[in-house]
Design a protein around this ligand. Structure first.
Ligand code: GLU
Length: 494
């Protein structure tokens, strides 16, 4: 029987979850789901200075919002320290690691010397040359030290990488790696915290991770990790490093001096701007993968069906905001009106619009009117605000063109009485449309003149959905009241 696929997402909670991280999470999730595997969430929070609980919470909130559900975890590395120390002891007992007491100044001087001699500035193993007694003495006297991993002098380390780099680049000469540090400085009584490369290997091994999708920036860590797997005698997972997401020809980053806060990298900030989770996943999937028929607008279901590792791309993808927005608009349009009522609710409320003014059916009608035009959820409140707040001012160019028409007052007056005269059963958009047509016909004035006058009176705007739709939702009384208010306004112009 084939081994069960197990993937993981292992973010460090040192800030908000970014779009690049979401892509990593999504590919791991996809691969697990597609293969009937297990997806693990692990929070890598051993860096006590930079990790925050707020950030962990934000990551979990983001994952839930995205619908990237996990089967195991969240595991917190900070709660697994005993496990790492046990493993540290295993490596020490095997002689695979050694304590090193060098100060940062000593290390810098050593590197400087190597650079001057035009040699690779790797650790010169001075700590390894100390006598056993001296090492013991320095540890016992409470001196601070780190643990270094002893890299074999000979041979090379091979990394099982599926995507990035050439075959040659997957074979790293051990003599170039250098004995790397696997814990922070600590003492006999207060051991140093495990560092990423070490804790990550212990966890990936114990959690039986089979495939690791992660960002390209971790490729240089991989030979070190493989060396540790080998030292423990653990099986090495398959690695799939993903290309760097570029924006404006630079690595996309919040630290980019040209970073534009209107286009945040934080996933929760995108949520608050009205982007949809499924649109975000669709857009991010295409930053590193392509659909077999080059389709670009895809549901998560469709991505799940067609995703495959052999369609991953090596080239650094370009983050195109217009495409993200376009993808969002498409997913938005695919929502039912009822779904949109629910999805836009927090945005409408935040804008101060009182949703209780309308019943569900009318709220759905509003969504239907705007879902072709709005590209994000956050655009709905502005598009629909006139339903909730009667216009108190009118668009200037409409006033000039429509309200200053000599027939405006008369048209508004007779339209108001026409509407008030309608039976309740006539207040459906098809009938309203017919009644409006008859009204225009009877007035002897062109629709091109009457329509804009009514529109401006009802919405305050020169553009809106069809009048019959607007009137259906506003209802008789409100429609008539708005037409009368506009008459007053016109009166005040004189
Ligand atoms: N905590 C690491 C990070 O956030 C995980 C890297 C990995 O996937 O191994 O970059």
């Amino acid at each position: 029987m084939a081994k069960q696929v197990r993937t993981r997402f292992a973010p460090s909670p040192t800030g908000s979850l970014h779009l690049g991280g979401v892509r990593t999470a999504f590919f791991n999730w996809l691969y697990a789901r597609q293969n009937g595997g297990v997806f693990v969430l692990r929070i890598e929070d051993t860096d006590a200075e930079r990790s925050t609980e707020e950030s962990s919470k934000g990551i979990i909130e983001s994952m839930k919002w995205l619908g990237l559900d996990w089967d195991e975890g969240p595991f917190y590395q900070s709660q697994r320290l005993d496990i790492y120390f046990e493993h540290l002891k295993k490596l020490a007992d095997k002689g695979a690691i050694y304590p090193a007491f060098d100060t940062p100044e000593e290390l810098e001087a050593m590197r400087e010397e190597a650079r001057r001699a035009k040699k690779n500035p790797i650790y010169d193993r001075r700590a390894l040359r100390l006598s056993k007694d001296e090492v013991q003495h320095r540890i016992d006297s409470g001196e601070e030290f780190v643990w270094r991993f002893k890299v074999p002098d000979e041979g090379y380390t091979e990394i099982p990488e599926l995507l990035m780099g050439t075959q040659d680049e997957h074979k790293i000469l051990n003599s170039t790696i250098g004995d790397f540090i696997i814990t922070r400085p600590g003492t006999k009584d207060k051991p140093g915290m495990p560092l990423y490369n070490f804790a990550c290997v212990v966890d990936d091994a114990l959690m039986k991770i089979t495939h690791v999708f992660r960002g390209m920036e971790h490729l240089p860590n991989t030979p070190k990790q493989v060396l540790m797997y080998n030292a423990f005698g653990y099986e090495v997972p398959q690695f799939i490093h993903m290309p760097i997401i570029m924006k404006n020809n630079k690595k996309m980053s919040k630290r980019d001096p040209d970073y534009d806060p209107r286009f945040p990298v934080s996933i929760l900030e995108r949520r608050d701007l009205g982007y949809l989770p499924e649109a975000t996943l669709n857009f991010l999937a295409l930053l590193g993968w392509s659909h077999p028929e080059s389709q670009e607008l895809l549901t998560t279901e469709e991505i799940l069906k067609t995703f495959s590792v052999d369609r991953l791309n090596k080239a650094n993808p370009n983050f195109d905001e217009d495409k993200y927005m376009h993808t969002n608009a498409w997913h938005l349009k695919n929502k039912s009106d009822a779904e949109l009522v629910a999805l836009t609710k927090p945005f409408m409320e935040k804008a101060g619009l009182d949703l209780s003014m309308y019943d569900e059916k009318n709220l759905e009608r509003m969504m239907a009117m705007e879902k072709e035009r709005c590209h994000t959820l956050a655009q709905f409140p502005e598009a629909l605000s006139y339903f909730f707040v009667a216009p108190s001012t009118y668009e200037e160019k409409g006033v000039e063109k429509s309200f200053k028409n000599e027939n405006a007052d008369k048209i508004l007056e007779s339209a108001a009485s026409m509407i008030l005269g309608l039976a309740d059963s006539d207040m459906v958009k098809e009938t309203i449309d017919a009644k409006l047509a008859a009204f225009v016909e009877a007035s002897g004035i062109k629709y091109g003149i009457v329509g804009p006058i009514l529109r401006l009176a009802l919405t305050g705007r020169t553009r809106s959905p069809g009048l019959h739709e607007v009137i259906e939702v506003l209802g008789k009384t409100e429609t008539a009241a708005r037409l009368q208010s506009a008459r007053k306004f016109i009166g005040s112009l004189a």
